[in-house]
Design a protein around this ligand. Structure first.
Ligand code: AHR
Length: 507
């Protein structure tokens, strides 16, 4: 058996193999669950410069494009193998009327984006353009239907327009608009945050409405996702699950959103200027997510013991204050090593709950919140979060390996957090990948990895995402500061061997 142990580590001060206080036991022969590649999903919303400027520049732009879609963004995305792309929102989805965005562009109405900045939305990027974009990047599309201000008929017709091959007014319209064959989009959300921007509904009211919409959104047998409540709203989850329990064919997924605010909602901490206090609380608030996720999963286990309904974490990430001088309604923020560390925490948590978590979508992939990519006119930047997604590609559709982490604490003032986060998987060729993250801002860590249930290792290697300072970021017109570096490779590593890395040792 050829085995390659890749130690994917985040933060340069993760040191593997010197002391015994941090120990990870990995059972390489006990994997049962698959880590869905859809956990590595993305989100595009009509918000700020996400769609216009970030994806779509129009065919007449000087920026190289394919049918109006930026080539550089497509190429960058291909590097991280985007599995799924959610669209058109977010809050925007419950204001969006899809027929405004199909047909000849000069006949599409301009509307006001009432949710994000009150700017004009000219509808030049609509259903055809979005699905073209998905085809270019090789991602599965995931469309969110308007429940808040839309009708059942409108949602049903959208699914029919996109998915049906039968003759009907909607399929004839699609053909007239230039698309002969249906796209067959599998993933559809039935509203977004229906407790808030999606209609300020009660869970009872939403659950009834969900069943109504879902009954008619049926062309192409879609995978339909119900809106979750706020992240600590367990009553919402219980009500929706209970009220849909006898309608199993109508619900395939249940949505969960979680954002990390440094010190809570409305916090004004900047993305690039922060203290250790800010850093510690960012880590702490990210780790709270696991506890919330587990409580929602426990309710799903109660109402759906066969594990049929997937938990769809279709919005997650860091939400800091906007960059100085930018429109507060556009949610544009930079991205540092701190974002790389929390991305790694989130992804380790999703991996480790792969039994129930079937999809996750970071918000948003370009120019908004915790972006992979930032654009400025013809320039493009790949953020530290981009490199985490690139490093974690190895887990796509791999078998999750059970892992047991014992570690010391990251101490700040009188508070503590576990210092190490990890997840591990085995891919189809038998290669084992371990992703490690040390969340301590000041102190290096040594980690011993006890790899059980496998033959002798024939080869091992490690790579790291690193930079000199924790608030380093990649900027326009500057050489990249944060990227993936090869840490070591060894042809002779086995469970007993260690690899000397000039001050860093890896077992
Ligand atoms: O991602 C920004 C917004 O956050 C989304 O539009 C909304 O769903 C959430 O509240």
């Amino acid at each position: 058996l050829f085995l390659l142990l890749v130690l994917s580590t985040i933060l340069m001060n993760v040191v593997v193999g010197q002391e015994k206080s941090n120990r990870i036991v990995i059972n390489a022969d006990l994997g049962k669950e698959t880590i869905s590649k859809f956990i590595y999903g993305h989100f595009a919303e009509h918000l700020g410069y996400c769609i216009y400027g970030g994806i779509y520049v129009g065919e007449d732009s000087n920026i190289p494009n394919t049918r109006g879609i930026r080539n550089d963004v497509v190429d960058a995305l291909k590097e991280i193998a985007p599995s799924v792309m959610r669209w058109p929102g977010g809050c925007f989805a419950d204001t969006y009327h899809w027929k405004d965005g199909v047909g000849p562009k000069d006949q599409r109405p301009s509307i006001v984006n009432v949710t994000w900045g009150g700017v004009t939305e000219d509808n030049s990027f609509g259903t055809h353009e979005f699905l073209d974009f998905c085809e270019l990047i090789g991602a599965e599309p995931y469309i969110c239907a308007n429940v808040g201000s839309g009708t059942v008929q409108e949602a049903a017709e959208w699914v029919e327009y996109v998915n049906s091959s039968a003759k009907s007014p909607m399929t004839e319209l699609r053909k007239k608009n230039g698309r002969e064959e249906p796209w067959k989009v599998k993933y559809w959300a039935v509203g977004n945050e229906s407790w808030g921007c999606g209609g300020n509904m009660t869970p009872d009211y939403y659950a009834d409405l969900y069943k109504r919409f879902s009954t008619y959104m049926r062309a192409g047998r879609p995978y339909r996702v119900a809106s979750g409540g706020t992240d600590p709203d367990f009553e919402w989850t219980e009500t929706v699950l209970k009220k849909t329990q006898k309608f199993r064919n109508l619900i395939q997924g249940y949505s969960f959103h979680y954002y990390t605010f440094c010190h809570g909602w409305g916090d004004k901490t900047a993305a690039t200027k922060f203290t250790e206090n800010d850093w510690f609380h960012t880590m702490k608030n990210t780790l709270v997510m696991e506890e919330r996720l587990e409580r929602h999963i426990a309710l799903m286990d109660e109402y759906d013991p066969q594990n049929r309904i997937g938990l769809i974490a279709d919005e997650w990430g860091n939400w800091f204050t906007v960059e100085p001088g930018t429109n507060p309604g556009f949610l544009y923020q930079q991205n540092t090593v701190r974002d790389a560390v929390t991305a790694s925490l989130y992804l380790n948590i999703f991996n480790n709950h792969a039994r129930r978590v079937k999809m996750a979508n970071i918000a948003q992939f370009v120019n908004v919140l915790q972006a992979m990519i930032l654009t400025k006119d013809e320039q493009i930047v790949k953020t530290p979060t981009f490199y985490v997604f690139k490093m974690y590609k190895v887990h796509h559709d791999a078998t999750l390996l059970p892992i047991d982490v014992s570690c010391d604490d990251y101490k700040y003032e009188d508070m503590t957090l576990p210092s190490i986060s990890a997840s591990a998987s085995k891919d189809k060729d038998g290669v084992i990948h371990v992703s490690l993250c040390n969340i301590d801002m000041n102190k290096s860590r040594s980690v011993e990895i006890d790899l059980r249930g496998t033959d002798k290792l024939s080869k091992s290697s490690g790579e790291i995402i690193t930079s000199a300072k924790e608030n380093d970021f990649n900027d326009f017109g500057q050489p990249e500061k944060v990227n993936i570096c090869l840490l070591y490779t060894s042809d002779a590593a086995d469970e007993e061997d260690s690899v000397d890395l000039g001050g860093r040792r890896i077992i």
